[in-house]
Design a protein around this ligand. Structure first.
Ligand code: NAD
Ligand code: GLY
Length: 369
């Protein structure tokens, strides 16, 4: 097992990465589970696959699970589910010192974390991330949120978990498409600040996706360590460092919006395409060698992921994609910062990007085959 400290001021915690952590969760969580009943928030898919393992683990440790099982999918990050979850925690008489378990992907982690942030002005929660995306990104760093009709993740709070248990065994039941979507966030750490790790992804990414246990543990632990360093240095995203974690997200978000935040394009698939676009846009601006940008595109194509937005059948032009960016929550006094690259592993925040320049670039990308 790898143990990665997240040294946020005042609330340091550990991320543990290994196999069998859900089955041994009472030992792992000791001494945090103070009462017989343990509140567990999850979704229907995860409950179907991992509910029994959690029940057995809790019973063996003298506990019982109090389940809140939400419908799977992004729609559960809603005011309605938040309010119902908070009411349920109140009915369960959860106190500030109690720990709520969030068992699932980023949807469950974000919603449960936000509920924990506001319950009695803040109770404890433990992340048990079950998707690759959640293990390497959303479970670490304390960003919690729900969506509103105005957009994704627009209402939320910074609220750090007390502990994160990333059980690699849970990835065995994850659909391949979800695994690949999460893999985009792994590659992100290489592209933004660690060329050696991108080279590792080139050499071993396919093994990770095929289920190689060593490759999975290395990639998850390495990604978490990278995120932990960034979060410890810039927890509230005020120093321009944590913002680098948005590499590919501004372009990707526009693609997700254009496809209606639907199954047509998963978040991680949008991030992969977004990173290709960020690399090519950087090359078009003369910041990064064109060959490096094409290397990024080739990497995703080689592992069987989409690397060209022309393949999405979007039926729109560049300005239509840019229109989605106008509502980006990173917009600051009319300027939208873009994470661009000077090379692989050399991301930086650019605040001089004109949106008509982006629109013209996207027009070209939509037309190229
Ligand atoms: P998700 O939680 O919807 O999970 C994806 C799908 O996989 C769901 O259908 C789920 O039921 C299923 N699933 C989860 N674990 C499984 C398992 N082990 N076996 C079988 N099926 C399983 O999606 P996600 O990709 O994990 O997370 C996306 C969310 O994360 C978005 O809402 C995004 O905004 C958020 N996010 C948050 C942060 C952050 O820093 N807080 C960072 C990135 C993304
Ligand atoms: N996923 C972006 C962040 O945690 O800042």
């Amino acid at each position: 097992m790898a143990v990665i400290p997240v040294d946020v001021a005042g609330r340091p915690y550990e991320v543990r990465v290994g196999t069998g952590l859900v089955a041994s969760l009472v030992d792992q969580c000791s001494p945090r589970l103070r009462k017989r009943r343990v509140p567990v928030v999850t979704d229907a898919n995860v409950h179907a696959r991992w509910g029994e393992t959690v029940e057995t683990a809790l019973h063996a440790g003298g506990h019982e699970a109090a389940w809140r099982i939400l419908p799977a999918g992004e729609a559960s990050k809603s005011w309605d589910q938040l309010s119902a979850t908070v009411d349920w925690l109140l009915a369960e008489e959860v106190e500030r010192g109690d720990h709520v378990l969030a068992l699932g992907g980023g949807v469950i982690g974000d919603l449960t974390g936000f509920a924990a942030a506001i319950l009695k002005r803040g109770c404890q929660f433990i992340q048990l991330p079950t998707t690759l995306l959640a293990q390497v990104d959303s479970s670490v760093g304390g960003k919690t949120a729900i969506n509103t009709p105005a957009g994704k993740n627009l209402v939320g709070a910074f609220h750090q978990p007390a502990l994160v248990l990333a059980d690699l065994a849970t990835l065995d039941t994850l659909p391949e498409r979800e695994l690949k979507a999460g893999y985009a966030e792994v590659v992100k750490y290489g592209l933004l600040g660690d060329a050696d790790f991108f080279a590792w992804c080139d050499a071993h990414g396919a093994e990770l996706l095929a289920g190689d246990a060593g490759a999975r543990e290395y990639a998850v632990a390495h990604s978490v360590a990278a995120k932990a360093r960034i979060v410890a240095a810039d927890e509230r995203e005020t120093l321009g460092l944590r913002a680098l974690l948005n590499l590919g997200h501004t372009f990707g978000h526009a693609l997700e919006a254009q496809t209606g935040f639907s199954d047509r394009l998963l978040h991680g698939e949008g991030v992969a395409l977004g990173m290709v676009l960020a690399a090519r846009f950087s090359a078009a601006r003369g910041l990064m060698p064109k060959a490096s940008a094409e290397h990024v595109a080739r990497h995703f194509a080689d592992v069987g992921m989409a690397s060209e937005i022309s393949s999405l059948g979007l039926n729109c032009d560049g300005p239509a994609l840019v229109a989605h960016m106008l509502h980006d929550k990173k917009m600051d006094a009319g300027v939208l910062p873009f994470v661009l690259m000077k090379g692989i592993g050399e991301a930086f925040l650019a605040k001089d990007v004109a949106l008509n320049e982006v629109a013209a670039f996207l027009d070209g990308e939509l037309q190229s085959s």
